[in-house]
Design a binder for this molecule. Structure first.
Ligand SMILES: [Zn+2]
Length: 517
């Protein structure tokens, strides 16, 4: 099939005034102006008039959790302005939802006047005594109901268990695993498909799925393969990561499922909102804790060495400054053992990297490590009054998410959402990076766009993300006439572009009604 899109604006590195793009066999076959396109189009199967619309490479979301994202649709949003309002929303949901476990997400007590989470007793009252799992906005802790605890009695003996129902650390990981057992398999497959369709509708053509033993069962990878087959490729491409420490078993699992790495949410620490990110100095709003370190330097080194030797990407979830120190020391030890060139060649990656010391950026560049970052975190939690300032105090809050520093040091930075922590919203991410709340860390629109497209392909060791002949035809037609030839609608407050048509390797993954007339 030869598909020609013409009469628009095509963002391509090869042709500054391109108005047309041709697609054949899943690849870009032609880029140029309409006149040159006429010859190419002579035997086109389908010609789409763009009527001035913008065509860009499809976005890559470099850190997603598909099942949790899809499940969020049958889960009540508890991101209400007060604790009382969130409890009301939960009670409404409990009256109408038929699932075996009530799911809730998105609560953030740091935004509530009450400044505390729900208690178990409050949840029991609101849900009428049903099993309920209510994830905090950062997805690193949850409040559960008494009926949920009764269904999973082992939770009471675990680290991170609290009698008031707010589970963190091991107790939380175990509660989330228990959810896999309590929810039917068909519910998970439906959730995966729903999430992929949401991504395509946002103009995302590739996602990096961060599976991990504590987050999602490996059967989800099998379900994703089945979905890709059933939809003949008309869904976003899934690049798979498994967040487990390297061992004969985990390397075997990665190979069996076609994972490109043992990376993603192999956690060096937790999250700032849950006060489990490992810090050099205690939390400003709870001096009794400096978070939790889940890996030591030797474990980091051993993982990086084993992944390098196995030809797999290695990586970690790393947020706090103490966790970044530990991972940095482990990478240095690995480089000393196998050599810097071998480490570079393995394309390891770090997720989140929210509290990196700017002085360490140059080492990451030398090791060829990708920083997989979420600019929406800064938009939501940065600045003088939001979560970072509350948990860390203003001085540390002003040194978060050093996107500009990393890029200037030559580190490959790839953007993602960490959905469901923040939704699929790549333009929002681009805009957040351009309007970083710490102005020295802001980057220009072209760099931000590249970090959400081309850099994501590179992070996975793939070629793509640029609309040049021979490259994968993963592209989006946007319902905008470009303000600038490069990147539109980045002013705060202006509406973000919507996807008219999303192609993944030339296959239709999203189509607004009538887009292909
Ligand atoms: Zn994650």
């Amino acid at each position: 099939m030869r598909l020609l899109l013409r009469g628009g604006h095509v963002l391509t590195p090869t042709h500054p005034a391109a108005s047309a793009i041709g697609v054949e066999d899943g690849r870009v076959a032609f880029v140029g102006d309409d006149r040159a396109a006429a010859a190419w189009a002579a035997d086109a199967t389908l010609v789409l008039e763009l009527t001035g619309r913008l065509v860009t490479p499809a976005f890559v979301d470099a850190h997603v959790h598909l099942a949790q994202t899809g499940l969020a649709a049958s889960s009540v949003d508890l991101g209400a302005p007060t604790l009382v309002a969130a409890l009301d929303a939960l009670a409404d949901h409990a009256r109408s939802d038929p699932h075996t476990v009530l799911l809730g997400h998105g609560w953030d007590e740091s935004q509530w006047p009450e400044r505390r989470p729900f208690t178990r007793a409050e949840v029991d009252r609101a849900t009428g005594g049903r099993p309920a799992y209510l994830a905090r906005v950062d997805a690193h802790s949850a409040v559960v109901s008494s009926a949920f605890l009764e269904a999973v009695p082992r939770l009471a003996d675990l680290d991170g268990y609290a009698p008031d129902g707010w589970l963190t650390r091991t107790a939380h990981d175990t509660a989330r695993q228990a959810l896999f057992e309590l929810l039917p398999a068909s519910t998970r497959a439906d959730a995966l498909l729903r999430a992929l369709r949401q991504a395509a509708a946002q103009g995302i053509g590739q996602v990096h799925e961060m599976g991990a033993p504590h987050l999602s069962p490996p059967e989800d990878f099998t379900r994703l393969d089945a979905l890709a087959l059933a939809h003949d490729g008309g869904l976003p491409q899934v690049v798979k990561y498994w967040g487990a420490a390297a061992s004969a078993e985990s390397i075997g699992l990665a190979r069996e499922h076609g994972c490109v790495g043992l990376a993603g949410d192999l956690c060096a620490d937790g999250a700032i909102g849950s006060r489990t990110s490992a810090l050099r100095a205690p939390y400003a709003d709870d001096p009794t804790t400096a978070g939790a370190l889940y890996l030591d330097v030797d474990q980091v080194r051993d993982h990086v060495v084993a992944c390098t030797r196995a030809g797999l990407q290695g990586g970690f979830h790393v947020i706090g400054d103490r966790a970044a120190d530990t991972v940095g020391a482990g990478l240095a030890a690995a480089a000393a053992e196998v050599g810097v060139d071998a480490v570079r060649g393995a394309r390891h990656r770090l997720e989140h990297v929210e509290m990196l010391d700017p002085a360490d950026a140059a080492r990451l560049a030398a090791w060829g490590v990708t920083a997989s970052m979420q600019p929406a975190f800064d938009a939501l939690w940065g600045g003088d009054a939001a979560l970072y300032a509350q948990r860390l105090g203003g001085e540390r809050a002003g040194r978060m998410n050093v996107i500009g520093t990393l890029r200037a040091a030559g580190v490959r930075v790839a953007f993602g959402s960490d959905t469901p922590v923040t939704p699929f919203a790549p333009w929002y991410g681009v805009r957040a990076a351009v309007h970083h709340q710490t102005p020295q860390q802001a980057i220009d629109p072209e760099a931000a766009f590249a970090a959400h497209t081309h850099a994501g392909w590179e992070a996975a060791g793939l070629s793509g993300g640029r609309l040049a002949p021979g490259e994968p035809a993963s592209l989006v037609v946007w319902d905008v006439t470009p303000v600038t030839a490069a990147v539109p609608a980045l002013d705060l407050g202006s509406p973000l572009p919507t996807a008219h048509l999303t192609l993944v390797h030339g296959r239709i993954a999203h189509e607004q009604t009538g887009a292909l007339r």
